[in-house]
Each structure stands twice: as C-alpha cells, then as structure tokens.
Design a protein around this ligand. Structure first.
Ligand SMILES: Cc1cc2nc3c(=O)[nH]c(=O)nc-3n(C[C@H](O)[C@H](O)[C@H](O)COP(=O)(O)O)c2cc1C
Length: 448
C-alpha cells in the first residue's frame, strides 16, 4: 500500500545477493558454503543421483475453464507496488525489466498509469477497495472505466486485492501532501486531500458476492484471467469462499497468497508483527483447501513473502504454489538501499518518492537491465535446483522434497510436517483439524 519499506526487513546478505544478481555479477560463489546455521529451522532439498539438464524456462498457464484469454506466467514476477508509493521512474524501470525478461508486473492498487504502459511489459492490474482508476465520484466501482482499461493488450490478468500481509486489517492512507495533481488524476480523487483505501470493498460483502464480482470482472475484461490476493486470516473465511465457488460453479483463475512477513508502508507495528498468517502456513492451507474442495486444478496459486533467491522460489513451489512474486527484492534491483525513509518523500535513491528531482536519480535504462538480470539469474538458479533434483517439470515438485531440521536428532519433510489433503477430501471426510472451520464456513457471510 501507500508505503515505506516496512514489514520484516531484509538481511544484508540477501540484499547483497539481489544487488549482485541484478548487476549480473553473481553466478558462482568461491570457497564453498559460509552458512553456519544447520540447527533447528534449517531447510534444504535433496539432490538426485540422476540429475536432469536445467530447463530454459518453465511457464505457468493462468486461466481456468471460464477464462478466454489465458496467460502463460513466469515463475517469478514483480509483486504489487503502486505508482504513488514508488516513483514514476521506479515503475518505468520495473515494467521495462518485465518487458525485457518476459515476466509480469503487478500495478499495485494505485491504478494503471502511463508509466506502467510505456515499455510494454505484461501487467497484472490490481483493483483494491479504493477502485483507483476505475471508480465513480463516490468511490464505488465503475464498470465502464474498468472495461475500457482492462481491454489494453498489456493487461494480462486482473487481481482483486482483499488484504496484504504486512497490514491485513487497517485501511491504507496516503497523506494529502503526497496527493499531487498527477496522483489525483490517476486515482480519481481530489488533489491535496488524504486518499483512503477503505478496509473493505463496497462491491461485495459476502463470499458469494466476491465470486460474483470475479465473474463480473472476467466478463467485463472479455475473459481475461481474474483472481484475488489475500493474506490468510480466519481459515473459515477462506473456506467460505471455496463453498461459494462450489455453489456458483465458477472460480477465480488464480489466488495470490501474501505472507504476514510481507512489506508495506505506514502500517501499525502490531499489524506488521502480529496479525495475519505467515506465508508457509497460509500457502499450505490455501493449497490444501483448494485440493480438499476439488478445485485445485482450475486455480493457480501465486505467493509473495521474502522470495529473493532460487531456493526460496522453489521451496514455495514445493509447498504448494505455482508461481511467485517479489516486491522488496525488486525494489533492491532498482536501487533501493532500505533507507526506510519512504514516508518522508526523501528517498535518497529515487525509488519511493514523488519528488521529481529525487526520482530523476533513478536511471531507467540501467535499472531496467538490473531488474531483468535479477529476474533471469533467480529463475535460472531455480531451474537448476529443479533439475538437480532429477525433475523436468515444476508439477513434479512436492512437499516431501523439502526437508527441515526440527532438532539435533529430527529431520522432517513438509509432507510430514503439514498433512496434505486428498482431492475432494473436505467434501467427503474433512479431517478432524479442519472440521470446525469447515462447518463454520458459510458462503453467505464472512465471519465476525
Ligand atoms: C513499497 C511497497 C508497496 C506495496 N504496495 C502494495 C499494493 O499496492 N498492493 C498490494 O497488494 N501489495 C502491496 N505491497 C505488498 C507486496 O506486493 C508484497 O505482497 C509483500 O511486500 C511481500 O513481498 P516481499 O516480501 O517480496 O516484499 C507493497 C509492498 C511494498 C514494499
């Protein structure tokens, strides 16, 4: 949201890795591992004695039965960050990087702007509760402006934002001082006045209405893939959405799961630290819920939460995702130094500011190359890991392949740590630890 880089900060090693991969200087590491953290929590994959050659590319088809314009997505994409939060040049560099590398760039909820469209990179257009860029004067969803913008060929998917990991509850606020003429015009809000994303959508208030809205957007966009993004909160709420899909016999084309460890700005500390489900639990739960209701094969799962390396990417695929997104790591690729001054509008490197003089510090040509290199080096590393496990397809990745040390005598894989459901199991015989949430879930209302 309207943000500075808050959330759980990145450690220096990960940032250095991103910088080096973005500069295309980090492929091999001399002298062997420097890790000394093999204790509880350490995770690894086991390689095969029959490794395969690494695939040049794996793509994920987004588009269920109701979709008429499916999109083949990269395993790794730019997560939602709005123009307004990021500068014009940061948006340009991200989108140009996406165009160079053939991956997708999520607009964030601040609207679809010319800066997103200039370079021709593939876009996921995010619609938040403020409906910025497709709203009526009263702030409600406007189907006509939505349809006109969704028709742009660069818009490949549409994502309804339900919630975000680092601030899953409170509404987003952009201070009036940052609402420049340009931002006001793009968002369809008054200049200089505080710009608020309400905590809830006005278009729907029940699971059935949410799925109805998904269908409406798919129709208005002539069948482009439509999905939603959330940080998992009450499990019964998500199961209620699954029940709505079954009742209406239609489903979103994708769901993006954001971890509570995700980034944002201006979020209250308590929300950043103690509200919302961490990515591992949220992702595995969403995967299992969709398997359990027999809809997993129609709905692709994306996820975000500190994904910045081939290992973090492939781990999420093994746990249940189909593809992944990165926000803060992509910011590092465009030059962010994690100064954590974004809310002051004085970002020293021109990434998260609306001050045009500061934004000029960001060289779009150079930084778009870095985004491109960071993406391609990360995906190459992921593809090499998959091949080292003796696999040729991401669909072969499963939770049994990811190991975790529990204590000095115990190692478990993720299939042992988190029981995975059989297809349709929630409909026939919900396991004991799912029963209460499954019975509470109603397609007619979200829980209190
Ligand atoms: C500066 C910034 C702006 C963001 N803006 C949005 C937004 O507009 N919509 C949204 O859904 N998420 C937003 N997010 C959350 C990210 O898209 C992402 O879900 C989260 O940061 C986790 O990814 P990461 O760990 O790779 O940063 C934002 C994050 C950051 C750091």
């Amino acid at each position: 949201m309207e943000s500075d880089i808050e959330g759980v900060p990145y450690d220096r090693d990960t940032r250095s890795l991103v910088y080096e991969r973005a500069k295309d200087t980090h492929r091999e590491q001399p002298f062997g591992t420097e890790l000394d953290v093999y204790g509880p929590g350490y995770e690894w994959f086991e390689q095969s004695l029959a490794p395969k050659p690494a695939a040049a590319e794996h793509r994920v088809r987004i588009g269920g039965p109701a979709c008429k314009q499916p999109y083949d997505m990269s395993l790794f994409n730019v997560s939602a960050m709005s123009f307004g939060t990021l500068s014009s040049n940061a948006i340009r560099a991200l989108n140009k990087g996406a165009a160079l590398g053939g991956f997708a760039h999520d607009t964030g909820e601040g609207g679809l702007t010319d800066y997103h469209l200039e370079a021709g990179g593939d876009l996921v257009w995010e619609i938040g509760s403020g409906y910025f860029g497709c709203r009526t004067a009263e702030g409600r969803f406007d189907p006509d402006t939505f349809a006109a913008k969704a028709a742009h060929p660069n818009v490949k998917c549409i994502s309804i934002k339900l919630s975000q990991g680092a601030k899953p509850g409170p509404s987003g606020v952009m201070p009036g001082a940052k609402v420049t003429n340009e931002i006001a015009e793009i968002r369809g809000v008054p200049v200089g006045e505080k710009c608020v994303s309400p905590p809830a959508h006005s278009t729907f208030s029940t699971p059935l209405e949410l799925i109805g809205f998904v269908d409406q957007l798919r129709e208005l966009s002539s069948g482009k893939p439509v999905g939603f993004k959330l940080c998992v909160g009450k499990r019964s709420d998500f199961l209620a959405i699954c029940k709505a899909m079954l009742e209406l016999d239609t489903a979103p084309d994708f769901i993006i799961v954001d971890g509570s460890e995700g980034g944002t700005g201006a979020a209250p500390l308590e929300f950043e630290d103690h509200v919302g489900t961490p990515l591992t639990d949220g992702l595995i739960f969403v995967h299992n819920a969709l398997v359990g209701v027999g809809l997993r094969d129609q709905i692709k799962i994306g996820c975000s939460g500190k994904i910045a390396s081939g290992f973090s990417l492939v781990s999420r695929l093994a746990q249940g995702a189909d593809c992944t997104n990165a926000a803060r790591a992509m910011m590092f690729a465009v030059g962010c130094i994690q100064a954590q001054r974004c809310q002051t509008n004085t970002c020293p490197v021109g990434v998260a500011t609306q001050d045009p003089r500061r934004a000029r510090a960001l060289d779009v040509g150079d930084k778009s190359q870095r985004v491109h290199h960071f993406h391609s080096n990360t995906v190459t590393s992921a593809n090499e890991l998959i091949a080292a496990m003796g696999l040729t397809d991401t669909g072969q990745l499963g939770p049994e392949l990811l190991k975790r040390r529990i204590d000095s005598n115990t190692v478990k894989n993720y299939a042992q740590l988190y029981p995975y459901l059989e297809s349709g199991q929630l409909l026939t015989e919900p396991p004991e630890n799912w029963l209460a949430d499954w019975n509470t879930a109603s397609s007619k209302s979200f829980g209190p």
